[in-house]
Write a protein that binds this ligand. Structure first.
Ligand SMILES: Cc1cc2nc3c(=O)[nH]c(=O)nc-3n(C[C@H](O)[C@H](O)[C@H](O)COP(=O)(O)OP(=O)(O)OC[C@H]3O[C@@H](n4cnc5c(N)ncnc54)[C@H](O)[C@@H]3O)c2cc1C
Length: 240
């Protein structure tokens, strides 16, 4: 496994308590749209076993052609040790990234694609939208729906409607699920979902109630994790 240590170049304040850490692009490092990585802080690999309190999964909110690795996250006043260390980091300090992989590249299957996200989950979709705006081949229409109870919506420069891309933001879960029900009238669409595990389960339930099949739902999970969300295993399963 290759670990890339790379400096923070810039910290962009996207919204209250929400920051994008722009990291220098190391030689040879690349990724596909929708990728997530392991984002780790100094000391995470000092002992025999990795110190998990210094590692988080994070999506990469940029594309390689932007020339920086973007990591977008919320750091609230009450936060984990990881986030409190991150909050105090300065330009030039190094972080580590490793095990980078995309479970959710843009599928160019001639269908409409719906990107459903909660809060900072929109970060996963930003590079997918940029990729689509650059080359829309094989995607009939792209639509994003983001729910954020703070109503401080992210990346509004990218998530602006065009002829073939539409973006919608709502500020309550109730309005979100009502809107998803309407979107799910498209029985042939592909539905990408990003957010907390509870958000995924709730969204899958709404989609499945409307007759959308498992094959049409795309999650940022490895194959071996998918059954837990679709077949009723686990404590918060759909069947319970
Ligand atoms: C594939 C994948 C991709 C992901 N991509 C991203 C991404 O791009 N961006 C992202 O932000 N996350 C992403 N995540 C989630 C990420 O890994 C973290 O789980 C998430 O950011 C929470 O971080 P944290 O555990 O450090 O908690 P925090 O963010 O610090 O806290 C989580 C919540 O608990 C509250 N809290 C924490 N500590 C306290 C305390 N002591 N007292 C009171 N309240 C407290 C916080 O206010 C906050 O509401 C991803 C996860 C996966 C699996």
């Amino acid at each position: 496994m290759q670990i890339y240590w790379t400096p923070i170049l810039k910290i962009v304040n996207e919204a209250p308590d929400t920051y994008t850490f722009q990291l220098e692009l190391p030689d040879g490092f690349t990724w596909d749209e929708g990728a997530h990585t392991h984002f780790a802080l100094e000391g995470f690999n000092k002992e025999d076993r990795p110190n998990r309190s210094l590692i988080r999964h994070m999506s990469i909110s940029t594309l390689p052609r932007e020339g920086v690795i973007g990591i977008t996250t919320r750091v609230k006043p009450e936060c984990s040790t990881f986030k409190s260390i991150l909050r105090d980091m300065e330009i030039g300090e190094q972080v580590a990234i490793f095990k980078t992989h995309s479970n959710v590249p843009l599928k160019r299957a001639g269908k409409n694609v719906y990107l459903l996200s909660a809060g900072v989950g929109l970060a996963t979709f930003r590079p997918i939208v940029l990729e689509y705006l650059e080359n829309g081949e094989g995607v009939s229409h792209l639509h994003s729906l983001n729910v954020d109870s703070s109503a401080n919506y992210l990346f509004e420069d990218v998530f602006t409607s065009t002829d073939t891309f539409t973006a919608d933001f709502v500020d309550s879960r109730g309005r979100y699920h009502e809107t998803v029900k309407t979107l799910a009238e498209d029985m042939d669409g592909l539905y990408y979902v990003v957010g907390s595990d509870d958000f995924l389960r709730e969204t899958i339930a709404t989609l499945c109630e409307r007759g959308i099949s498992r094959e049409q739902i795309v999650l940022d999970k490895h194959d071996f994790q998918l059954d837990e969300f679709f077949t009723g295993k686990g404590e918060n399963s759909l069947s319970s």
